[in-house]
Design a protein around this ligand. Structure first.
Ligand code: ZN
Length: 153
């Protein structure tokens, strides 16, 4: 079994890896959905673009951002999780991650396993100000999914 500090090291490594080598960077030229989020507490910014496939699922995703490692790692991991997901599944991921960060009961039928590397951010919930950093990309996703284009088909 790993001790708490080993686990913290592992989580810190995951966060730094995504911060230094963010996945899916660059905005899509032809997005179906786009939103921008800003966290004034920390100066974090995320612009998210999504292209939906014929089945209405997330086919491509691209983001640009700046700010702290927590916000940018959360955005990078989020873009990886979103690929191939339906809009409904994206909403469910959002709700599950928010519940995890709020120490609330997860939505019925959902587990932290679905969140993959995002669970590395769970330690952040000890620091309320940083929770806003972790949730910024997800608030931005929520704005993007609230656009009319998300329910086409
Ligand atoms: Zn931040």
């Amino acid at each position: 079994m790993m001790g708490t500090s080993d686990l913290d090291d592992l989580y810190a490594e995951i966060i730094l890896d995504h911060y230094r080598n963010p996945r899916n960077t660059g905005l899509l030229a032809d997005p179906d959905l786009q939103a921008e989020g800003f966290n004034p507490f920390c100066g974090d910014r995320v612009v998210l673009t999504l292209a939906l496939g014929a089945d209405g699922g997330v086919e491509r995703v691209g983001f640009e951002g700046e700010g702290c490692s927590i916000s940018q790692a959360s955005a990078s991991i989020m873009t990886e999780l979103l690929k191939g997901k339906s809009v409904q599944e994206a909403h469910a991921l959002n709700a599950t991650f928010r519940a995890l960060m709020a120490d609330a009961e997860l939505p019925h039928g959902h587990t932290p396993d679905e969140l993959g590397e995002l669970t590395a951010l769970e330690g952040v919930k000890r620091f309320p100000v940083r929770i806003k950093c972790a949730l910024l990309p997800w608030a931005t996703l929520q704005d993007a999914l609230a656009q009319p284009g998300a329910v086409r088909g």
